[in-house]
Ligand binder design. Structure first.
Ligand SMILES: [Zn+2]
Length: 303
């Protein structure tokens, strides 16, 4: 029984999936952030299950002349390991979106959350740190240690080549990945402009899509983003309403740790999980509401 067939998506709706990293069977186990790595075999199985359930793969903004539910696949940050998806994209004819951070590609610099975890056991404080400031303090040997094919970003030439593939579209994701909350809300235009200038050197295609770093946005940042881009992407989960400018994506995690990708999609469509994501968003973006994070955790443990 294919559980995706019973997913309640009203006609005209679809799913938009978010992936960060991919891994092959022969790769060594990732020493940290292993939850971000999706095994390629698990992803291929999901693709087959979605096709069997009647889904058609497309890109947001491309309306198909069919009543079939649609599915889009997106990759955030610009990890080199994303190139592993190309054979699947060719085999199943799946267009996909890549949202790279320009700082890392321009400076050949691993991602700051990985650099943090490579030397610290503390949680990565993703909303409260100055990303650019932290990058400036990275030691050459720390940088070199993570410039392996598992954790490194694309090089400029690799990204340029990827962007030429007929299945690939690029979108903006900020320069350093600084989320636009608290003291950093005012960096929106600086982060976006640097990112767009860089993407303009990679591709001639217009950049019409933008994914919020860490999926976090205030109502003000959402308005700003919608003025600049045709489509804006969150990680709030739930179904994707094809005609809406805001695309709520389902973030997939390592199926060895978090259950099959199919189960993860079905979980994210459950109302209490969507409620939890929205509570978390309010808590992370509005300083007075931080205690709500505990309320969201309670929702998880209850169900
Ligand atoms: Zn990201």
């Amino acid at each position: 029984m294919n559980a995706l067939k019973s997913v309640d998506l009203r006609q005209g709706n679809g799913l938009c999936l978010l992936i960060h990293c991919l891994k092959k069977k022969s790769d060594p186990p990732p020493p940290f952030h292993s939850n971000l790595f999706i095994p390629l075999e698990a992803l291929e199985l999901l693709v087959q299950q979605l096709l069997e359930s009647g889904y058609q793969f497309t890109l947001p903004g491309v309306l198909l002349q069919s009543n079939r539910p649609q599915c889009s696949i997106t990759f955030d940050d610009g990890y080199y390991n994303n190139h592993l998806f190309l054979p699947l994209a060719e085999k199943y004819r799946i267009p996909f979106l890549v949202f790279p951070n320009s700082y890392n590609i321009q400076n050949n610099m691993p991602f700051i959350w990985d650099l943090w975890k490579s030397k610290k056991s503390e949680e990565w404080p993703f909303t409260s740190v100055d990303y650019k400031g932290l990058y400036e303090d990275v030691l050459p040997e720390e940088r070199k240690q993570l410039l392996n094919d598992q954790y490194r970003p694309f090089t400029f030439d690799e990204l340029k080549k990827l962007a030429q593939n007929r299945f690939v579209r690029l979108g903006a994701h900020g320069h350093t990945h600084q989320p636009f909350v608290d003291a950093y809300a005012s960096q929106f235009h600086q982060e976006i402009d640097q990112n767009l200038n860089f993407l303009g050197t990679v591709t001639d295609s217009p950049i019409e899509d933008f994914a919020f770093p860490c999926g976090l946005y205030t109502p003000h940042a959402m308005r700003q983003a919608q003025q600049e881009f045709k489509r804006v992407y969150t990680i709030s989960g739930g179904p994707w309403h094809l005609n809406q400018k805001v695309v709520h994506r389902i973030s997939l995690e390592n199926s060895d740790e978090r259950g099959t990708l199919e189960q993860q999609i079905i979980r994210s469509l459950v109302w209490w999980n969507q409620l939890k994501k929205r509570i978390n968003m309010m808590a992370y973006t509005q300083p007075g509401l931080k205690p709500l994070i505990h309320a969201a955790k309670a929702i998880k443990s209850r169900f």
